[in-house]
Design a protein around this ligand. Structure first.
Ligand SMILES: [Fe+2]
Ligand SMILES: [Fe+2]
Length: 305
């Protein structure tokens, strides 16, 4: 397992690699709707042979919109939670609070970035796309769990976003360059967030009894089931968005197939790929071997075919 990072080093790195919103938005940096936005690993449109190439492209872009919108929503959970952690308790490391505050500022900037891109998307796409919600209720439900469980869920999402960029976006030449650039810049800053979350998890776990860690894992699975129900609902909304975009109602059999394939694709994107992430599992194993084994086993139930 790689060396454990420290707050000072992560704060210095995050200041060095930090970018500004104006570096990514504006004239000359528009989405190109003739290209796919999301890698096929996550979009899973090729299985849907009854859709034309143009219709698959529309579905890919609807899924990409959902990808950004759901990340924006997750970051709405991260901001108050990490903010709270940065104030919390008497910590001996003087770099802890500044590093976590910087983390929160970056997540706020990511939310702004994603909102601006979603606004551009909606103006150019032409038909409305649905999103699960209300966001406040989803945030409240997730934040209603214990801090150890919420940290594990956030850690999974952070490492997942790292894995998505490196494994499926970085070397993919088919994708729209602007969408790839957004994910690249997000990845650059999230790399520090994932490690900071690992430190937060370790310090919380060090103050917890083994029984509390076991309870947190149960709660983590509860959060996963709650998200999965949301993703199922999102698959239905994406189908409706697709039918609006292509201006036709699909036959019932095709609709059923889209719902099935897309729910599995969403599950893999947001749950399975997090639970199977080696870095996430390594940090989890550092607080509980049993938890890591359980999460890794559960990840095997998520497949896209
Ligand atoms: Fe972020
Ligand atoms: Fe993040």
């Amino acid at each position: 397992m790689p060396a454990i990072p420290n707050y000072q080093h992560l704060l210095e790195t995050s200041r060095r690699v930090n970018w500004r919103l104006e570096d990514l938005l504006g004239e000359g940096r528009r989405l190109d709707f003739t290209r796919p936005f999301l890698p096929e690993t996550f979009a899973q449109t090729e299985q849907l042979g009854f859709l034309s190439a143009a219709e698959k492209l529309r579905l890919n872009q609807i899924r990409a919109r959902g990808y950004l919108a759901l990340f924006e929503l997750f970051e709405a959970i991260v901001v108050p939670f990490i903010s709270d952690q940065s104030d919390h308790g008497k910590q001996s490391d003087p770099f802890r609070a500044p590093a976590l505050r910087h983390f929160v500022e970056e997540e706020q900037k990511h939310r702004e970035l994603f909102s601006a891109v979603l606004h551009e998307f909606d103006g150019a796409f032409g038909t409305p796309c649905g999103l699960i919600g209300p966001a406040e209720e989803i945030c409240r439900t997730i934040l209603g769990h214990g801090p150890l469980a919420v940290t594990i869920a956030i850690l999974g999402l952070e490492w997942m976003s790292q894995g998505h960029y490196l494994g499926s976006v970085k070397d993919n030449q088919d994708l729209d360059p602007q969408f790839s650039s957004l994910l690249k810049h997000h990845w650059i800053e999230e790399a520090q967030h994932a490690k900071l979350d690992g430190l937060v998890l370790r310090s919380l776990a060090a103050r917890s009894a083994p029984q509390d860690i076991a309870t947190a894992i149960e709660e983590y699975f509860e959060i996963g089931s709650f998200l999965d129900a949301g993703l199922n609902q999102q698959a239905g909304l994406d189908l409706e968005s697709l039918e609006r975009a292509i201006a036709r109602r699909l036959p019932d059999d095709d609709r059923r197939q889209i719902l099935d394939v897309q729910h599995r694709a969403l599950r893999w994107t947001f749950l399975g790929s997090a639970m199977a992430n080696r870095n996430f599992l390594a940090v989890l194993a550092s607080i509980s071997d049993e938890a890591a084994v359980r999460v890794e086993q559960a990840a095997k139930s998520f497949t896209t075919h």
